[in-house]
Design a protein around this ligand. Structure first.
Ligand code: AMP
Length: 360
């Protein structure tokens, strides 16, 4: 693989805050960026030298975009497969089509992970109400019914409790293809953010402990406070997944921490084929940020050190949380990030704040 030299252009599909922070990291390394996104007010447009505002089905625009780039990456997993194939036919697309196709369908993703011998919740594909009744009979309750595609931040999922009627649950998701998962009685939610290069080099950041509010990530703490054995298990799982997907770039694997016969273990919930919210702390809190790491990997460069620089607390600024920017600025040690989104709608990720404490 010929590395992209500084001065080259990184194409980024998707214009949200993740694309914005990838573009900022690329600029730091002397790379140009070109962002492709149909949405008018894309946070990444503001910080990229070039952007294209066209649909993901606009083949001519996609080809013109790819022609300006040396390598193309994406910042969200719902890039249509056809879009990815058009781009991959013109320029190296990293991560590749396999990683994207596997992770954008929750059923394919779970089947892939379980096929590697990694623990997941029990799961069944569900295509109708009768399927759901049968799957509930096999898996039991409580269970979680999720749409196979396009779910995020708890959208497209419904908890099935002992008293929930299967018909109601099915109607809630409006007939989309679904997956039913057994409910995992977890002690904590953790994630591994890691990078892999085309040459197979792999580097993981320390395990992140994540807490959610209304299904949206609220805070990340590192160290995660789990046993060294569970952390090793989590990182080994992420490495195995990255290898099996022939993955190039940063990925995140979200897991549940469970206790089995007194010992902590992890159960994989989902894979994000991209940089991840739980890795934002690495901007100030690690030798190399997840965004720099991603740029390095997709450009064919060696990975940087993932060494953590202290004890970490990262908090998301959701909706009107971001109105407190003056107070945050006044607190020594608070690193404020705002994504430049005009309107603070409830549930919208507006920014985040990271603190790095000296480790005792
Ligand atoms: P997801 O969209 O799959 O990340 O799910 C969003 C959140 O729902 C997770 O962070 C968990 O808190 C919860 N959740 C999802 N699936 C399960 C499961 N099988 N068992 C227990 N909790 C779950």
């Amino acid at each position: 693989v010929t590395p992209v030299a500084p001065g080259g252009t990184l194409g980024i599909v998707g214009g949200g805050q993740l694309g914005r922070m990838i573009a900022l990291a690329a600029a730091r390394y002397g790379l140009k960026t070109h962002v492709y996104c149909p949405d008018p007010d894309s946070p990444a447009f503001e910080v990229a030298g070039r952007h294209t505002r066209r649909g993901y089905d606009d083949e001519a625009a996609l080809i013109a975009f790819a022609d300006t780039a040396d390598v193309v990456t994406y910042e969200f997993e719902n890039v249509p497969r056809r879009t990815a194939e058009i781009l991959a036919a013109r320029k190296p697309l990293r991560p590749g089509v396999l990683a994207l196709a596997t992770t954008q369908d929750r059923f394919e993703e779970k089947r892939f992970v379980a096929g590697l011998g990694i623990a997941t919740a029990p799961f069944r594909a569900v295509g109708g109400e009768a399927d759901l009744e049968q799957a509930l009979g096999e898996i039991g309750r409580p269970a979680v019914l999720k749409t196979r595609r396009f779910g995020y931040d708890g959208k497209g999922q419904v908890m099935i409790r002992p008293e929930t009627s299967a018909a109601d649950a099915w109607r809630t998701l409006r007939g989309a293809s679904c997956i039913l998962e057994g409910f995992v009685p977890f002690e904590a939610e953790v994630s591994v953010v890691a990078a892999r290069t085309a040459a197979g080099e792999f580097a993981a950041f320390d395990l992140c402990a994540n807490t959610h509010s209304h299904h949206i990530l609220d805070a990340t703490r590192v160290p995660a406070g789990v046993s060294a054995q569970a952390e090793r298990e989590a990182v080994a799982i992420a490495a195995l997944i990255a290898e099996a997907l022939d993955y190039v770039g940063v990925l995140a694997v979200e897991m549940f921490l469970v206790r089995k016969e007194g010992a902590e273990h992890v159960v994989v919930n989902e894979i994000a084929p991209r940089v991840h919210n739980s890795g934002h702390w690495t901007i100030e809190g690690a030798d190399t940020s997840q965004f720099e790491q991603h740029v390095r990997a997709v450009c064919g460069w060696p990975l940087g050190s993932p060494q953590r620089l202290g004890r970490i607390e990262m908090r998301n600024l959701i909706g009107h949380d971001a109105d407190a920017w003056r107070e945050i600025l006044a607190r020594p040690g608070d690193h404020l990030h705002l994504y430049g989104k005009a309107e603070a709608r409830p549930g919208r990720k507006m920014g985040h704040v990271t603190r790095v404490f000296p480790e005792a």
